[in-house]
Design a protein around this ligand. Structure first.
Ligand code: ADP
Ligand code: CIR
Length: 458
């Protein structure tokens, strides 16, 4: 249920960003009623404190404004204000419930529960849902707008998350990177499976607790985030283990030029090399969610001198942190990523958003928990014969083999890109939540073994 305490607990820096935002996008509410009430109470409370110097006076003012907020919510709910304001969206959602039963967000959206929320929370819920009702074919259909949304709108999110991740009601996420007992005493060597060097990549999604998630950010907050993270990158650049440089797409920094700006040609070269992400503005799901807004402000990456460590900023999650190289030992990229993450987390001001129930917070509920996708590019020409010409990398026969094995298949340029003409696919375990990190890398190794056996049989 909507928790005013969760809303009030929104970190101060993010409150300030929301309150001071100059964005005119109606889809992005600047401040919820309770946020506003808190600010008013904060102002009044401070004045009262100055006059009387009695903490309980400020406290009782907070209480009064909170009570007022609750009463307003009750009045709005009983008048059905939200049901009128959002009638066309709600009708659209009701129609999609029938036409697209696999759209999970639409499936778990309950109009009666929505009506019980105050108008500011209804606005946020609509933004969370927008990608799902503007893109009826969504498999998941929603993105969180702030790290707290998973609690604040838990009545909606929790059953959806447990359905998507096939988890019991009481399952709690556990983080564990110690892969010393996985494979051959921690060694995951694909030459033991008869394979040559493969392109290997392990990434995690991370978000800083003090910022909104990318769907709720405005241009000002995206630039502020970029400046914050680029400052943190200086620690990596100064470290002989990493070094490297920052590549940024922000045309300017609002208050002056962007020293890390790269040309279009350099950007395209980095995309081709799998270093930078694709144009997010071309993704209808991210566009509807507001995640692609203000493109290309606040977008870029840092890459280490040896090119193996990369941190994206401003994509679907504020940060995607990854290790990537051609090699034979999966454990090497996995362990290097863990080491890099420990270094990043030790930097002042880096505080990853985390939930007791769901582990690391990500924009998309599919990535919650570990936020991890571990993948290899691997050649399976027989299994992909029916998909090599498909522009979105869809090979029904390869998917039929991989699905029951808990594996996802993508094209070699990432999600929704074609499979290589030689039958090369991007193979990764599907699970992210209620699974340990070490078991994901173990599952990738086992998955490669199973897939190669299926390719031999085909
Ligand atoms: P994500 O993995 O972050 O969910 P994508 O599937 O869009 O996102 O992939 C992002 C980029 O990473 C793409 O350029 C893709 O080709 C590249 N990539 C993913 N796995 C590998 C790999 N094992 N080797 C090389 N590049 C990879
Ligand atoms: C959907 O609902 O189909 C899209 N929003 C994609 C969901 C998969 N998650 C992801 O790419 N992070």
């Amino acid at each position: 249920m909507f928790s005013r305490f969760a809303r009030n607990a929104r970190p101060a820096a993010r409150q300030a960003a929301r309150m001071s935002s100059t964005s005119s996008k109606t889809a992005r509410p600047l401040a919820s009623k309770v946020t506003l009430a808190t600010a008013i109470a904060g102002g009044l409370g401070t004045a009262a404190f100055a006059f009387t110097n009695e903490a309980h006076c400020a406290k009782s003012l907070y209480g009064m404004v909170e009570d007022l907020g609750e009463r307003m919510t009750a009045i709005e709910a009983s008048l059905g204000v939200g049901l009128t304001v959002f009638r066309s969206e709600l009708d659209r959602i009701a129609a999609i419930k029938k036409s697209h039963p696999n759209n999970l967000a639409v499936k778990y959206f309950d109009e009666g529960w929505f009506a019980s929320l105050g108008l500011p929370d209804q606005k946020i819920m609509m933004q969370i849902m927008r990608t799902g009702f503007e893109n009826e074919d969504s498999g998941l259909g929603c993105y969180a707008m702030t790290p707290e949304d998973y609690d604040t709108y838990g009545d909606f999110f929790d059953p959806l998350i447990r359905d998507y991740h096939g988890a019991a009601k009481d399952a709690v996420h556990v983080t564990d990177w110690d892969a010393s007992d996985v494979g051959d005493n921690g060694v995951l060597d694909v030459t033991k499976l008869g394979l040559p060097e493969l392109s290997m990549r392990v990434r995690v999604g991370r978000n800083l607790a003090q910022f909104n998630l990318p769907g709720m950010m405005d241009r000002e907050e995206r630039i502020l985030f970029e400046k914050t993270i680029v400052k943190a990158f200086q620690r990596l650049i100064a470290d002989p283990e990493y070094g490297g440089q920052v590549y940024s797409l922000s045309p300017d920094h609002g208050d002056g030029p962007n020293p890390n700006l790269i040309s279009d040609a350099k950007y395209n070269e980095l995309v081709k090399k799998h270093v930078m992400f694709k144009d997010m503005d071309a993704d209808p799901y991210l566009k509807s969610a507001g995640i692609a807004s203000d493109w290309p402000y606040g977008r870029g990456c840092w890459q280490s001198a040896d090119k193996q460590c990369i941190i994206w900023f401003g994509e679907e999650d504020q940060l995607r942190i990854m290790c990537m190289k051609k090699g034979t030992r999966l454990d090497e990229v996995f362990n290097r990523l863990k080491k890099m993450l420990d270094t990043v987390e030790s930097i002042d001001g880096i505080n990853f958003a985390k939930s007791d129930k769901y582990g690391y917070i990500t924009s998309c509920p599919t990535n919650l928990g570990t936020g991890m996708r571990a993948s290899v590019h691997i050649k399976v020409p027989k299994l992909t014969a029916d998909g090599q010409a498909d522009p979105h990398g869809n090979s029904p026969s390869c998917k039929a083999i991989c699905g029951p094995l808990g594996l996802s298949v993508r094209g070699t340029g990432g999600e929704h890109t074609p499979i290589g003409s030689d039958g090369t696919i991007d193979l990764s375990p599907r699970a992210r939540l209620f699974i340990k990190e070490k078991d994901i890398i173990g599952a990738l190794y086992k998955g490669i073994e199973n897939l190669m056996a299926a390719e031999k049989r085909a």
